[in-house]
Design a protein around this ligand. Structure first.
Ligand code: KIV
Length: 262
């Protein structure tokens, strides 16, 4: 997959799969999978560092995650999230943030929202860096949105999202993430754009789907939003393996002679 494959896949009617990835060992697993592209999301702040929102993560930390992922999955198309406020400064600072992610190994950057970002999107694209847009529930604006809620439910909000998606396409984005929007709206937006949409909590009719790795692996049994399907009972399996290790240690069964040096 490369930046041109997004359009090709859409025109061929092929769905795009994207999964978040934040570190080397899971990047190695994803490198062996058929998943099309990896998102080093700023959700790393929550998933990897235990914060309550994505806001605390810095550009340096994002670049650190991107570089680990690029060492583990060198052949995958890697999208790096520009973190909160890192692209809302002057052009020089904004481009420094872009540069940090690209030099760390990202093939594209993602940023949230359209208002106030269109010129920058165009500038980044003209600098040779593909940009992925993100509309609907934009977690960096959680304090404006009053929480993590489905967006675009009323007519006015839906119209705004339609308009913003067209403006982002015109500004040059390669693809558009649609997070937590009603399925009908996501379908309409997807049909109105030439670029692919990649949904999360946006129903079945977007051109691709993205999920957080740990959610799809069932790594957190207490986090089960409606839009997540757990493809593995990860938490159960991992805790069982850890308990087996513990039991083997306390019983003296591990290590065996075969697992020891003479
Ligand atoms: O940071 C992230 O994981 C994301 C996805 C939810 C799309 O932006």
């Amino acid at each position: 997959m490369n930046s041109l494959s997004f359009l090709v896949k859409k025109s061929n009617g092929e769905k795009i799969s994207m999964v978040t990835c934040y570190d080397y060992w899971s990047a190695c697993l994803l490198a062996d999978s058929d998943v099309d592209c990896l998102l080093v999301g700023d959700s790393a702040a929550m998933v990897m560092h235990g914060h309550a929102s994505t806001l605390p993560i810095s550009i340096e930390q994002m670049a650190w995650h991107v570089s680990a992922v690029s060492r583990g999955a060198a052949k995958k198309f890697i999208v790096g999230d520009l973190p909160f406020l890192s692209y809302r400064k002057d052009l020089t600072e904004n481009m420094k943030a872009v540069e940090a992610l690209v030099k760390a190994g990202a093939h594209a950057v993602k940023l949230e929202g359209a208002a106030g970002n269109l010129e920058l999107v165009n500038y980044i694209v003209e600098s040779g860096v593909p940009v992925i847009g993100h509309l609907g529930l934009t977690p960096q604006s959680v304090n404006m949105l009053g929480g993590y809620k489905v967006q675009g439910r009323d007519q006015q909000a839906a119209d705004k999202l339609r308009t913003q998606s067209l403006l982002l396409e015109k500004a040059g984005v390669t693809a558009l993430v649609l997070e937590c929007v009603p399925s009908v709206l996501a379908r309409e937006v997807s049909e109105s754009l030439k670029i692919p949409t990649i949904g999360i909590g946006a129903g079945p009719d977007t051109d691709g789907q993205v999920l957080v790795l740990h959610d799809l692996l069932g790594m957190n049994k207490d986090f089960r939003p409606k839009f997540v399907r757990q493809f593995l009972s990860g938490q159960h399996l991992v805790v069982e393996a850890l308990n087996n290790f513990h039991q083997a240690v306390v019983s003296g069964d591990f290590p065996s002679l075969k697992e020891s040096f003479e």
